[in-house]
Write a protein that binds this ligand. Structure first.
Ligand SMILES: Nc1nc2c(c(=O)[nH]1)N[C@H]1C(S)=C(S)[C@@H](COP(=O)(O)OP(=O)(O)OC[C@H]3O[C@@H](n4cnc5c(=O)[nH]c(N)nc54)[C@H](O)[C@@H]3O)O[C@H]1N2
Ligand SMILES: Nc1nc2c(c(=O)[nH]1)N[C@H]1C(S)=C(S)[C@@H](COP(=O)(O)OP(=O)(O)OC[C@H]3O[C@@H](n4cnc5c(=O)[nH]c(N)nc54)[C@H](O)[C@@H]3O)O[C@H]1N2
Ligand SMILES: [Mo]
Length: 694
């Protein structure tokens, strides 16, 4: 038997971007494991990716191109050849491009985080075509903008340093589920005597294991940060030297937080004033003792109206106490901008046809529900006539799902979906194209949680007639007659172009070596802002931001209330009194893996966690089936009556495939298309609902 081990990367949308070792025997992958030598992966894979072979060799894999035979949404297809598929697609796109290429829209997100199978060849294709641009806001853009106002870039602490921290605030993240390798570091810190505090409306798996849990109501984190700053200043738990040298606007900040008393803060957050006091004091006093205090801020805080401001406020805290002086102090939201990515070269925006009479337009992926239903108009431009979906499952993941499905059901819309499986979105496709999985193609990965570039070598040959996204867009380019040399670049060529090896962070970057080694660490300082050097306009940590003012925002930390909450929308709350959040389920990765039976079986069916008091008022017992509803829609779920959901809150761990739920629906029936204060992002956790026995 011919056995070998291939170096690979986990492709999924997760901060951990694990380095993997794939065992291949006679052309068949027989095992995947975490690379024991990669410092972040440390030999461990999560429960989902440990089952990666089950996913790749799943009997439901799409292996051939197909054409729709039933009605949109029914999911009936017949096999066709690649030639026929490419001819059909190119003929349609050519016709549309002749009148107005902006009627064509790509729709993609992070089904794979790979640079090559993500936005490289695909974007070259859409740029050359002159398609509408897609604003990729569905996950992280609110916090990205927020943190940039304060710190200047999406970068911060090194995950590997957290094990040396003495206090870790896990703020709006369920790391055991969604950032496991960070949790391993936090556990190590705890063994060494650190205190862990979770700030989360829900007693998640992670919150349960922390020393303290502060259950704020959704969308109120900005207030909690203001209250903390009030106490730090009131009690002089500050690093005045750090503030003087490396921050901007301290006197204005001091004035701003003067009336953010613990009482006011606690009332807004739905907690006790003593909890605000405890949190601020332990943060300030630990730092005052010269010990490193760290914050891991995550995505939970960003998914409400004021999500951008929340992250911006939280990011002010480390500078106030001088936490940045230590490698194990500071904050991390994302390490994404530590990587010198060569996006222009990979995506070639210069290929976009320049037509001043018809400038390009941008469609926000988070409002695809509304936008698919818009007719031609002066303001909007042409109605969307063709949609090419890859690395995404919008029919299940985009907010206000009923409208999304209505848009996808339009008979006059031409939809192409590149996929591994027949997802809820594939059911609406006119043409389905089978894509390869990570084991079958080449890729190169940055991470948003650590500081390594990770290589992915193909372990096995493509299954059936599946092709890598990159190859599919090369073939489409050729079918369209695009003869620009960049469409001839191979996947190895693209990997070579991925990172800038003249940038100080990536001087050793060399694809041919990386392929062999599997991963390489970026060169960055241990404590990036120990001596200031923030990449903001002033070079300082900006408590006051002139740029925010220019952008029409409050230049100082502020609180922006949720759209839907008992306090901010009392009339709506009479009908729909419960706040609903739908954060990630441990055994799924967004909707990926929901169709892997062994993983789905651990969840069973969609659940709704509800507090005993809220359940009691409604005559609901543990295990009852309930209907969760608001003006936008409804879904049924099995209840779990538990104090893990605080009073006034229900939790629907997500994201289920709609068609694998008994009523064909998921939590996005209830979510809305309103956007955050910054970054044009969705407000998935800014939702009021009512619950009744089904
Ligand atoms: N297993 C698994 N891992 C994943 C994913 C997955 O689906 N499954 N998804 C991946 C993706 S795409 C992303 S973006 C990341 C997300 O990464 P994280 O943000 O770490 O992920 P979550 O587990 O959603 O943690 C969010 C937590 O925020 C809480 N929360 C909700 N609203 C609020 C609020 O207003 N304030 C505060 N303080 N907390 C709030 C939720 O209860 C939840 O426990 O995870 C990635 N990793
Ligand atoms: N209610 C609610 N909704 C949410 C969220 C929430 O917390 N609650 N979270 C939001 C967040 S943070 C995110 S990031 C989005 C995620 O939304 P999406 O990015 O749409 O993520 P997935 O649902 O995992 O779908 C990715 C799809 O890409 C496919 N895929 C993977 N690799 C490849 C490949 O190489 N080629 C091709 N062609 N396809 C591939 C997978 O099979 C999968 O079906 O969902 C958002 N929606
Ligand atoms: Mo995400």
């Amino acid at each position: 038997m011919n056995t070998r081990v291939v170096r690979a990367a986990c492709p999924h949308d997760c901060p951990d971007t694990c380095a993997m070792l794939v065992t291949v025997a006679d052309g068949v992958a027989t095992a995947v494991r975490g690379d024991p030598d990669h410092p972040n992966t440390a030999g461990a894979l999560c429960t989902k990716v440990a089952r990666y072979l089950e996913r790749t060799y799943h009997t439901d894999r799409l292996l051939y191109p197909m054409r729709r035979t039933g009605k949109k949404g029914e999911g009936r297809f017949e096999r066709i050849s690649w030639e026929e598929a490419l001819d059909t697609i190119s003929a349609k796109l050519k016709t549309l491009a002749q009148s107005d290429s902006r009627a064509i829209l790509p729709y993609s997100y992070a089904g794979t985080m790979g640079v090559i199978q993500g936005e490289s060849m695909a974007m070259r294709f859409f740029n050359r075509l002159g398609a509408s641009k897609l604003d990729r806001t569905i996950c992280s853009s609110a916090g990205s903008v927020g943190i940039k106002y304060t710190l200047g870039a999406k970068m911060g602490m090194d995950t590997e340093q957290y094990e040396h921290s003495k206090l870790i605030l896990i703020w709006g993240g369920n790391s055991i589920a969604s950032n496991l390798h960070f949790w391993m570091r936090a556990q190590e810190a705890k063994r060494r005597g650190a205190v862990l505090i979770a700030i989360d409306p829900y007693r998640s798996l992670t919150a349960e294991k922390c020393d303290h849990h502060i259950p704020v109501m959704p969308g109120t984190d900005a207030a909690l940060a203001l209250g903390m700053m009030h106490i730090l200043i009131r009690d002089d738990l500050l690093d005045h030297d750090y503030i003087d040298r490396y921050t901007l606007g301290y006197p204005l900040l001091k004035e701003r937080v003067a009336d953010w008393t613990p009482e006011k803060t606690a009332q807004i957050c739905g907690i006790d004033p003593a909890q605000v006091e405890m949190l601020a004091r332990v943060y300030g006093e630990t730092s005052r003792r010269g010990e490193p205090v760290a914050i891991r801020v995550n995505y939970g805080v960003q998914r409400a109206h004021g999500g951008g401001m929340a992250v911006r406020n939280i990011a002010c805290l480390p500078a106030l106490v001088g936490a940045w002086r230590h490698p194990a102090g500071g904050i991390l939201l994302s390490s994404g901008e530590t990587y010198p990515k060569k996006e222009q070269q990979l995506q070639r925006p210069d290929l976009m046809p320049t037509d001043s009479a018809r400038p390009t337009r941008t469609i926000n992926m988070s409002t695809i529900g509304d936008d698919l239903l818009r007719p031609d108009s002066e303001a909007f431009g042409p109605a969307i006539q063709a949609l090419i979906v890859y690395n995404a499952n919008p029919v299940a993941v985009a907010p206000e799902s009923a409208k999304v499905a209505q848009g996808f059901a339009r008979e006059d819309l031409f939809t192409v979906v590149l996929e591994h499986f027949q997802t809820d979105t594939v059911d609406y496709a006119d043409i389905v194209l089978p894509a390869t999985t990570q084991l079958e193609h080449t890729d190169i990965h940055a991470s948003y949680g650590h500081l390594y570039i990770v290589a992915n070598n193909p372990a096995i040959a493509p299954l059936g007639e599946a092709k890598p996204n990159s190859e599919i867009f090369r073939l489409l380019a050729s079918a369209m007659g695009f003869d620009d040399p960049c469409f001839k670049d191979s996947d190895d060529d693209l990997a070579t172009q991925a990172f800038d090896s003249t940038h100080p962070h990536a001087m050793h970057f060399d694809w041919s070596r990386l392929k062999e080694d599997g991963w390489m660490r970026l060169s960055v300082a241990d404590a990036p802002f120990a001596q200031g050097g923030f990449p903001t306009p002033s070079g300082k940590c900006e408590f006051y931001s002139e740029q925010m003012k220019k952008d029409g925002l409050d230049p100082l930390p502020a609180f922006i209330a949720p759209y839907e909450s008992r306090a901010s929308a009392p009339e709506l709350a009479m009908k729909y009194p419960l706040a609903m959040i739908s954060p990630p389920q441990r055994n799924f990765l967004n909707t990926t893996f929901v169709n892997v039976k062994s993983l789905r079986d651990t969840e069973g069916e969609p659940h709704l966690e509800i507090h005993p008091a809220d359940a009691g008022q409604r005559g609901i017992a543990d295990g009852d089936m309930v209907r969760v509803f608001n003006d936008r829609g409804s879904m049924v779920a099995k209840t779990h009556v538990t104090e893990n959901a605080r009073e006034g809150l229900v939790v629907a761990l997500s994201i289920w495939w709609k068609k694998l739920a008994s009523d064909g629906k998921n939590a996005n029936e209830l979510t809305n298309q309103r956007l955050t204060d910054m970054g044009r992002a969705p407000t998935f956790y800014d939702v009021l609902v009512q619950v009744e026995k089904a």
